[in-house]
Design a protein around this ligand. Structure first.
Ligand SMILES: [Zn+2]
Length: 342
């Protein structure tokens, strides 16, 4: 889990994935034949010398913020990069990645003592929030090193939660990145395997689009995280996934507007799971989508599927996942790559 911790605690908003990429590159160099970085910042590793190609991918970016404006008093106004739920931001500690290094900030707000009853009832919107870096005014903020365009991430360390679970930030999709590295370490197949750490997934599935075009694989598998419906406030029919019950295999996501999993990939994943007694859950999603949405529409169409680790509180700094589910995703992907599609 050391490597997962390192990946979770690394910082990389869309377009600034370098820190994550360097961790992955160091690992992939140990057990791949070739590793390169393309113009989009994607990390592309190759292993094997088969004629048929498979692309395995996970996105390196995490949702985050960017400095939009520094006001006269030295408070930082920000914009979101990716689907952030405003309420997860309030009173968080953040890191601003400035030209002078990391700057600690806090997302401030009016204390309840000073609010009237109406104010207390209303959630605070991100556009009304600000970051306090302890600057006296805007000149001081500049001296500290903060400028418009600096990336901002949440500060949150990785921890065990009970005996079987782990919690941290950026599990979406550092769990996929971790699994990708593990699969490449273990994989043994006649196929030529491309492992891709993609960029800018959270802002429009961008890196995966150009990587799939370059590689033109015969099929693709995306390693991701997905929602669960096993805690208060979520009904089972909204999300049937349960933590600890195995990785989820996407049948359809975004109500079919994202991905309708190719039958060859669906059958490969289900058969491999059944044959090897790996637990799995089938998922029909109506909300979000993944890199597979753009990969499968590349060139003449690429059969694609998604394996996901069910993760609670997704897109928050306290995401929760099961160590067993992660291991089972690695096993399932490794064994599926050995067989390949017919
Ligand atoms: Zn994701």
């Amino acid at each position: 889990m050391k490597l997962l911790q390192k990946l979770s605690e690394a910082h990389g908003v869309p377009g600034a994935e370098r820190e994550v990429r360097e961790i992955m590159e160091e690992e992939l160099l140990k057990y791949c034949d070739e590793v390169e970085v393309d113009n989009m910042g994607n990390l592309i590793a190759r292993k094997g010398d088969g004629e048929k190609k498979v692309m395995l991918s996970a996105h390196m970016d995490e949702i985050g913020l960017i400095v939009k404006h520094i006001d006269k008093e030295g408070f930082i106004r920000f914009a979101s990069l990716g689907g952030i739920f405003d309420q997860t931001l309030l009173n968080q500690r953040v890191i601003i990645h400035s030209k002078k290094g990391r700057v600690t900030g806090v997302i401030g707000s009016k204390p309840p003592h000073l609010m009237d009853e109406e104010e207390r009832k209303k959630p605070v919107k991100a556009k009304d929030m600000f970051i306090d870096i302890g600057a006296a005014d805007n000149k001081d903020a500049e001296k500290i090193g903060v400028s418009v365009g600096d990336y901002i991430t949440l500060e949150r360390s990785f921890k065990k939660l009970g005996k079987k679970l782990v919690t941290g930030k950026a599990f979406d999709d550092r769990i996929g990145c971790y699994a990708l590295l593990e699969v490449m370490r273990r994989v043994d197949t006649d196929w030529l395997v491309y492992a891709v750490g993609t960029t800018q997934e959270e802002v429009g599935l961008k890196g995966a689009r150009t990587a799939a075009y370059k590689i033109t694989p015969d099929y693709a598998i995306v390693l991701e995280v997905t929602t669960t419906g096993d805690y208060p406030g979520v009904r089972e029919e909204e999300s049937a996934n349960k933590i600890g019950k195995g990785p989820a295999l996407t049948l359809v996501d975004a109500g079919g507007r994202g991905l309708i999993t190719h039958p060859k990939v669906r059958d490969l994943l289900i058969t491999t799971a059944e044959d090897n007694k790996i637990p799995y859950q089938l998922e029909v999603g109506e909300g979000g989508t993944t890199d597979a949405s753009v990969i499968h529409l590349t060139k003449e169409g690429i059969p694609s599927g998604v394996i996901s680790v069910p993760t609670r509180y997704i897109h928050s700094p306290v995401e929760v996942a099961s160590v067993k589910d992660i291991e089972n995703m690695i096993k399932l992907a490794t064994l599926s790559l050995k067989v390949g599609i017919k």
